[in-house]
Design a protein around this ligand. Structure first.
Ligand code: 13P
Length: 256
């Protein structure tokens, strides 16, 4: 937690979900309608095929709908790609950029991630910029150096707390059930905050830094209670309403 920052609990459905999954989304929306802490903001990023349905379902709730990736360009001959403007048109408020799966599987570099964040802003979306070290980098003792490089390269210098969220996702913790210790998370988030301060000045104190990687209801209190952790980016556990709501509940117990 960071004093003065409203936490964000965000889901990332990845390449999961068909129209049959929208019921889980309805339950997530309803969960936030009936009593979840108004101080916690919530978002579910869904496959583009579901986005307009998701936005419609969530429009009657406090939960936002988001995209999972976008192209740098507004339109053009880019078969199979989706622009930030298209996501906005379909009802998105946010888009994830630079997820490690996109960096690894599609060879996305920091400059591309930075251009995608700028594309998100151009369309009026909040960019959720993902960073995080691989297992090999952690074992080599290079975690903080990698995070410095990714903040320097992936975060546009004009980022503000209202147009940008940072998500620290150690690659080795994604989908593995492994998580860093609370001390490791604290060190990484403090380091990211310092690098953001150098780059963005005073506004860095208000920029949300989410933790992502095997967050579940059972570990949410420990992980999200760490200093400088301003929410979660949740993969697998966001596909089940009960788990996603359980994570948000954990946040309430920390804030309370
Ligand atoms: O990659 C993630 C969210 O973007 C994390 O995924 P898991 O929560 O499934 O580990």
């Amino acid at each position: 937690m960071t004093p003065g920052i409203r936490p964000l609990v965000a889901g990332n459905w990845k390449m999961n979900g068909t129209s049959a999954s929208l019921n889980e989304l309805r339950m997530i929306g309803n969960g936030f309608m009936s009593g979840l802490d108004a101080e916690t903001e919530a978002l579910v990023c869904v496959p583009a095929t579901l986005l307009s349905h998701a936005a419609e379902i969530l429009s009657r709730t406090p939960v936002h709908a988001g995209g999972e990736d976008c192209h740098t360009k507004e339109s053009g001959a880019y078969t199979g790609c989706i622009s930030a403007e298209m996501l906005k048109d379909a009802g998105a408020s946010h888009v994830i950029v630079g997820h490690s799966e996109c960096r690894e599987q599609r060879g996305e570099d920091d400059a591309t991630v930075q251009a995608k964040a700028a594309a998100a802003w151009r369309a009026g979306l909040v960019a959720i910029i993902c960073i995080g070290e691989t297992q090999q980098q952690r074992e080599a003792g290079a975690t903080l150096e990698v995070l410095s490089r990714q903040v320097a390269g992936s975060v546009p210098p004009s980022a503000t707390p209202s147009n940008t969220v940072i998500a620290y996702e150690p690659v080795w913790a994604i989908g593995t059930g492994l998580t860093p210790t609370a001390a490791d998370v604290a060190e990484a988030h403090a380091h990211i905050r310092e690098r953001l301060s150098e780059k963005l000045g005073a506004s860095a104190t208000k920029t949300r830094i989410l933790y992502g990687g095997s967050v579940k209801p059972s570990n949410a209190v420990e992980l999200l209670g760490v200093r400088n952790v301003d929410g979660a980016l949740v993969g697998g556990a966001s596909l089940k309403a009960a788990d996603f709501l359980g994570i948000a509940e954990a946040y309430r117990s920390i804030s309370g």
